[in-house]
Design a protein around this ligand. Structure first.
Ligand code: SF4
Length: 362
């Protein structure tokens, strides 16, 4: 069954690709089996397995891959697996899982939309997401207030209002950037819609799948938080940490939150007290005794508690996130330590690649 919306025909396969749309939800409510059947009947086992696979892939890979859909049955199974995935995520009720899953689904939408040749479909989809947009010349023009709202969390200069092609209240974007905008909106709407209320019936039926996802969730969380940071290389520090260091070295009197974030970060990446002090002593009004006392307190030599450096959310709340690059714009960027570890690893891989090339030339 296809759904017609204005001038666009939405086939079942399209709804499976964009299952968060109202038309897809309507299809599910009219055509899907009862909850009891969906969760308990062997006939719907593939749908339940696919629902779980969406989450596990999102956790492990940071994306969800669309499954091949050769016929109506496969398309329906793909579509019905989306509410199953939502039930599973809601049953676990974990913020990290919700963000990771929403990111995986929104990444999938980017890949699907990039292959979409029908601009009318793109615009219809945007309208469903409450984005006012229309085709103008070879661009897609987005109402500037919608643009501002969606790009609020994007900090790299390419998204700043001053760098946009603004004409008569609309921002002109090429298709690639428009899809990036849609991705943001899909991410936030999936995230905000979770968790949904979950009944005991759902919890009982999905018990085994929930356990399996919880295990993968803990593994993923551990991999991300127990970072092996190796040798300290400050060129890979995050923009916020570099900014705080520069301000400190110029002699600015940083707020308590800023000093705390800076010191706790430096300790966590493996610097000793003396090394941290050496960064601070470039400040013109450096007071070694005072600095030592403050550092000792934060790194736990006085209190016995080594504090963890704050994540991006708290850095933003404290007004000390200076995110200015595309890495900071990634949804999975939740901590300055993650930024540092990613940059270091990436640099190592590039270097490895150069060495391989060099070997081949030999
Ligand atoms: S987004 Fe996070 S890592 Fe990037 S500057 Fe802000 S606080 Fe630092």
């Amino acid at each position: 069954m296809a759904v017609r919306s204005d001038s666009v025909d939405w086939a079942l396969e399209d709804m499976a690709r964009y299952p968060f749309l109202e038309k897809a939800k309507r299809y599910i409510s009219e055509e899907a089996p009862s909850l009891e059947e969906l969760l308990g009947d062997n006939l719907w086992g593939p749908v339940r397995r696919r629902g779980k696979a969406r989450i596990i892939e999102a956790l492990k890979e940071g994306r969800v891959t669309i499954k091949g859909m050769d016929d109506e049955l496969e398309s329906e199974n793909e579509l019905f697996s989306y509410p199953v995935a939502r039930m599973l995520v809601s049953s676990i009720e974990d913020d990290f899982l919700i963000r990771r899953y929403s990111l995986g689904e929104s990444e999938r939408v980017v890949r699907e939309l990039s292959r979409e040749n029908d601009d009318a479909k793109l615009l219809d989809l945007a309208a469903e997401l409450d984005i006012r947009a229309r085709k103008r010349e070879k661009y897609i023009a987005v109402h500037f207030t919608d643009y501002l709202e969606i790009t609020e969390g994007l900090r790299s200069p390419e998204w700043k209002m001053v760098n946009q092609d603004l004409r008569e209240g609309e921002i002109f974007l090429d298709k690639k950037r428009f899809i990036r905008l849609i991705k943001e909106k899909v991410f936030s709407s999936i995230c905000e819609g979770l968790p949904t209320p979950v009944s005991k019936q759902i919890l009982d039926h999905l018990e085994e799948d929930i356990k399996e996802i919880e295990e993968v969730l803990e593994e993923t969380r551990t991999e991300i938080t127990d970072l092996d940071l190796g040798k300290v290389e400050d060129e890979y520090f995050s923009p916020c940490i570099k900014n705080l260091l520069a301000r400190q070295q110029e002699g600015e009197n940083l707020s308590h939150e800023a000093r705390f974030a800076l010191t706790a970060f430096m300790k966590k990446v493996g610097l000793s007290k003396e090394e941290i002090i050496s960064y601070f002593q470039e400040s013109p009004d450096f007071d070694r005794e005072l600095a030592s006392y403050q550092i000792e307190h934060i790194i736990g030599e006085i209190s016995g508690t080594e504090y963890s450096p704050p994540g991006c959310a708290l850095m933003k709340t404290n007004g000390i996130c200076s995110g200015a690059d595309s890495l900071c714009d990634q949804e999975w960027m939740t901590h300055p330590l993650t930024y540092y570890s990613f940059k270091k690893r990436k640099a190592g891989e590039d270097e490895e690649g150069d060495r391989e090339e060099y070997k081949e030339e030999d």
